[in-house]
Design a protein around this ligand. Sequence first.
Ligand SMILES: [Zn+2]
Length: 257
Amino acid sequence: MLREFGVEAAEHIEVEAMAARAGAVIVTSPADPIDSATARLVRVGDRATIRVTERLRHPGARRFSIAHELGHLVLGHEEPLRRLCEGGTAESRLARESAHQLETEANAFAAELLMPEALVRRRCEVSPVSLEPSRAIAHDFRVSLLAAARRFVELTSERCALVFVTRGTVRWVARSTTFRPCIEPGRRVERDSVAWDIERGAVHDEAQEVPASAWLEISDDGGAEIVEHAVPVTEMGAVASLLWIREKHAASLRCYD
Ligand SMILES: [Zn+2]
């Protein structure tokens, strides 16, 4: 699709035009109260409709949702549609895993469509690391900071992880391939992390050093530090922390997985 649309720069990525070319009509509708999904692909015969809730106020979130549904369409995902894009708590384990696999594929499609590796990778090769490159990507590619930061850790060769926190608990972690330590979902956020302060309303909008033990399960960090840049994700009641291990600490902070 990127080739077909001659995408050579961020401003060429017009996701709604791409969806139209793929045969999908986009409909913005009021949120359905029994449905927590923000977007939905509906196919009838060879007609496809992408329904997007008007709750998605942030244009970046809307673009990502449309790109995700377009992914289901273009990748030919044939799961029963109701099961896509929702938790599926009553489904069998196998069905859940299959749905999860399709969600992962649709998210990967959306990330590459909206932030193509060929255009974004060089912006991710920076040192020192902070959220600033992700902010620039979010601005130029019209996506949310969270989506841009995930893409950043996916593509950078620096030792980075993006940690998503709500109510004092790690919910998910995205790591670069060079980030070796493990941070498990469910981990409680420590007092000496920046995320702890941000959850309590502090404002530190810059990367700063914290003890490695603030994030990593290590008995003796030998004084090693980790760089953390944390920001509130207000619309989700969450905090996102970008962690970075400097070269000089890489040897002492490799683990175990
Ligand atoms: Zn989906």
